[in-house]
Design a binder for this molecule. Structure first.
Ligand code: NAP
Length: 278
């Protein structure tokens, strides 16, 4: 019998997850289908009960349900509990188990372009995506992390909550801009610069460190203003398509045991968005 998978969220109509997962099922010769379900917050509990009742094999969870779904699941992987958000659920013999592949997806993608050991990293932003990324980056050996956020109390709270004072500090956006030459890696996690506000940038750049890597998790547009400016100053840049592909690939692996072709996933997203990844 065909296995069913999906994603729940709101809004969801423009999700690219069905495109890449349905292609991966085809590539792996699996009789399965992935569907995007529009679910409003007041329908989340009913939707999760429906997933159980219908025997859906696995599903992704996106905005605004990543936190709210936790109490509705039978169990949640420890790291995802710490992060406080779930983006992937697997139905194992009727039990719904939650995972978070956002942080690991981001770090796997970043490691394609930079070795992280001992690196000085700046994270811009302290929202939901930053939480998963900060938690996961902090597991890397010898890494030093600075976080700057418009609301400074949020980055301070994040460091305290994860007890990462030894390797992390919170700084202002102005301070980060002044000290930008210190960073080997800059990770942009805010929504600043996302379509349609494509001329906005979270940080004014005047220079970058030699061989610096700038990674922006935004994928629409394919190249944000921040990445464009960093590239012009000599940085290696990576856009959000890479994280998107890896978080999806890790979810696919949790559901099926198979790791799909991430280059193919990136290409599909890139074609859909009408640009070239960087
Ligand atoms: P979120 O929880 O709402 O966090 C938003 C972040 O952006 C906060 O740090 C917020 O700062 C900052 N921000 C928003 N507007 C700002 C402004 N005008 N000036 C300065 N800072 C501003 O959102 P999220 O879920 O973390 O998502 C953030 C971005 O990541 C979105 O663009 C999303 O599409 C992208 N994303 C990409 C992937 C991927 O796979 N590539 C995955 C997840 C998310 P304050 O704390 O001061 O409000």
């Amino acid at each position: 019998m065909k296995r069913l998978y999906g994603v729940i969220g709101s809004p969801i109509a423009h999700s690219m997850s069905p495109l890449i997962h349905n292609d991966a099922f085809l590539q792996n010769g699996m009789d399965a289908h992935y569907h995007a379900f529009h679910v409003e917050p007041d329908q989340l509990e009913t939707a999760v009960a429906g997933m159980r009742a219908l025997g859906v094999t696995g599903f992704n969870v996106t905005i605004p349900h990543k936190e709210a779904i936790i109490p509705l699941l039978d169990s949640v992987e420890d790291a995802s509990l710490q992060i406080g958000a779930v983006n992937t659920v697997v139905n194992k013999d009727g039990k719904l188990i939650g995972y978070n592949t956002d942080g690991r997806g981001f770090v796997e993608a970043l490691k394609e372009v930079v070795e992280l050991k001992g690196k000085q990293v700046l994270i811009i932003g302290a929202g939901g995506a930053a939480r998963a990324i900060f938690y996961t980056l902090a597991l890397e050996e010898g890494i030093q992390l600075d976080i700057c956020n418009r609301t400074v109390s949020k980055s301070e709270d994040l460091i305290k909550e994860f007890s990462l004072e030894r390797i992390a500090r919170s700084i202002t956006v102005d301070q980060a801009a002044k000290e930008i030459q210190n960073y080997d890696v800059v990770v942009q996690t805010t929504s600043v610069g996302m379509f349609p506000q494509i001329n906005d940038t979270p940080l004014q750049l005047v220079s970058v460190k030699n061989n610096a890597v700038f990674s922006d998790i935004i994928y629409n547009p394919i190249e944000t203003k921040l990445l464009r400016e960093a590239k012009a100053l000599g940085a290696v840049t990576q856009n959000g398509v890479h994280m998107f592909a890896y978080q999806a690939a890790l979810a696919f692996k949790i559901w099926t045991g198979k790791f799909p072709d991430t280059d193919r996933m990136k290409k599909i997203v890139e074609e859909h968005l009408g640009g070239k990844t960087c």
